[in-house]
Design a protein around this ligand. Structure first.
Ligand SMILES: C[S@@+](CC[C@H](N)C(=O)[O-])C[C@H]1O[C@@H](n2cnc3c(N)ncnc32)[C@H](O)[C@@H]1O
Length: 473
């Protein structure tokens, strides 16, 4: 059966001009297509190719006609369900802050022993963390100007907890203890060699959508682009100065990273600037031609990027703070990346070492306003939505999607791949650290990968990422 042949789709209707204008949100560089849900035809094609156990239960066993009939309601409901997972991710993020933050307490940060105890003996772990939890609860009750604590307060209020009352404060402590055990103890064996591939590739499918990010992935993407540069003279897909339109799916926001939990600098996004830095460094893009669209579904991430653009319009640079714990066994290549990242998009500025954060080396980069203005944020759920039709001259040369597909099941990942493929130009490249299932219905073919080492941990080995390149056929 010719599953990959395009089938006319009833949901792919032309969008009125006024509605199109609303999507453009005033950003001259944003991708100029209208958002539509993934067409039923693409879903049917993916559905037919996957094993039944990889299909969502409510779609399993349906015929193409039944799926077509179910599709409009199903995709709309799934879009809402995915977007609702952002709140759960926010709840996870505040626990990471509770465990490692230093802005609200002078108590020691959670140790590896505390984290192990959260799995093996939660009562003992909570005893060790109780004073830190109490300080966190007090800071939520009186957040002052601390933006992270204001955010944490909003999260607990959404749970119906009012820290302004005695009853609310008691409920707050109970809630934080329960969440600390659940989130802090959720140490799952990443990439267990004996786990089924589908389980390894969809590890966080039941978790809240976290926005967390760090500089590590920048190193992985940088090494992948260095290889792309070396291929460019051999008819590789991305040539010198030809990467003009780039999309990042899920740029993330460094609220508090899960490894160190530093919170002594304002929340920041890193990936868009690190990516532009690498593209300029390797000559793949020219400074004044590059246009980046940052797709995300988290209002917090989108608002953060939009606020940065507004400040850039007034000439204000974007400040990135890059901490490094010298006690961590970073690989020499990662240290080298950390020392130079940002050099092509901004300038180094003096950094202040904060009290209470332990031994930490800091780099601070001021990103040029022109670079900030080359990045436009756009609301898009990549699992359920695409920009369609995207005029040929608006299609992407490169799409980067890292640490995002892991949050979805195989069927949803395949829909995301179909959406990304629809927005890439022929020959364009998807760069991701999540291997996707290559299906004939989705015109993306793996063309290579790079392995980057971030740390070498005694008794564990190397940790890092495999960045895989898929090319649009
Ligand atoms: C864990 S962070 C990863 C950030 C960054 N890409 C990195 O590698 O460090 C995941 C990001 O993807 C976004 N995200 C999750 N699901 C998404 C979806 N279906 N569509 C668009 N963005 C999504 C989240 O809001 C967040 O910004």
């Amino acid at each position: 059966m010719p599953l990959h042949r395009p089938v006319p789709c009833p949901y792919n209707v032309p969008v009125p001009r006024w509605l199109l204008a609303a999507f453009l949100s005033g950003a001259a560089v944003a991708a100029q297509g209208a958002k539509t849900y993934v067409p039923g035809a693409d879903a049917t094609a993916v559905h037919q190719l996957l094993r039944d156990d990889l299909i969502p239960a409510d779609l399993a066993g349906t015929t193409p006609d039944q799926l077509s009939a179910l599709w409009p309601a199903w995709i709309e409901a799934r879009d809402a369900a995915i977007r609702a997972r952002v709140d759960a991710g926010d709840e996870d993020s505040i626990v990471h802050l509770l465990l490692f933050g230093t802005s609200f307490t002078t108590r020691p940060r959670a140790s590896q022993g505390d984290l192990n105890a959260l799995v093996k003996d939660p009562t003992q772990a909570l005893a060790s963390l109780r004073l830190r939890i109490a300080d966190f609860a007090a800071a939520i009750a009186a957040p002052g100007t601390n933006e992270r604590m204001q955010f944490a307060r909003g999260v607990v209020e959404r749970r119906g907890i009012d820290p302004a009352t005695d009853a609310g404060r008691t409920a707050l402590l109970g809630y934080l203890e329960e969440r600390t055990v659940t989130v802090g103890g959720a140490v799952r064996a990443l990439g267990l060699p004996d786990a089924e591939l589908a389980d390894q590739l969809t590890l966080f499918r039941d978790r809240g959508l976290s926005s967390d990010t760090s500089v590590f992935i920048g190193h992985g993407v940088d090494e992948a682009l260095e290889v792309v540069r070396s291929e460019r003279d051999n008819d590789g897909p991305l040539r010198t100065g030809t990467v003009r339109r780039v999309a990042i799916v899920g740029p993330g926001l460094d609220f508090t990273d899960k490894l160190e939990g530093y919170d002594f600098y304002p929340q920041q996004t890193i990936q868009p600037f690190a990516l532009v830095d690498s593209l300029l460094r390797y000559g793949l893009s020219l400074d004044d031609e590059l246009e980046v669209t940052a797709f995300d579904l988290s209002p917090r991430v989108l608002q953060h990027l939009e606020a940065a653009r507004q400040r850039a319009k007034a000439g204000t640079p974007y400040r990135i703070v890059l901490p490094r714990n010298p006690d961590r066994p970073w690989s020499p290549a990662l240290v080298d990346y950390w020392q130079r990242v940002g050099n092509h998009v901004g300038t180094n500025s003096a950094a202040i070492t904060p009290p209470g954060a332990g031994r930490v080396a800091i780099r601070r980069v001021e990103v040029r306003p022109s670079v900030v203005l080359s990045i436009a944020a756009k609301d898009l759920n990549v699992v359920t939505e695409r920009l369609d039709p995207l005029p040929t001259d608006q299609q992407f040369d490169l799409v980067v999607a890292t640490n995002i597909l892991l949050y979805y099941g195989v069927f949803e990942q395949s829909l995301a791949a179909a959406n990304i493929a629809a927005m890439l130009k022929p020959g364009g490249v998807l760069l991701t650290n999540n291997r996707i299932f290559e299906l004939p219905a989705v015109p993306l073919v793996g063309v290579g990968f790079t392995d980057s080492v971030y740390m070498t941990i005694a008794g564990v080995g190397n940790t890092g990422d495999r960045l895989i390149r898929y090319q649009k056929q």
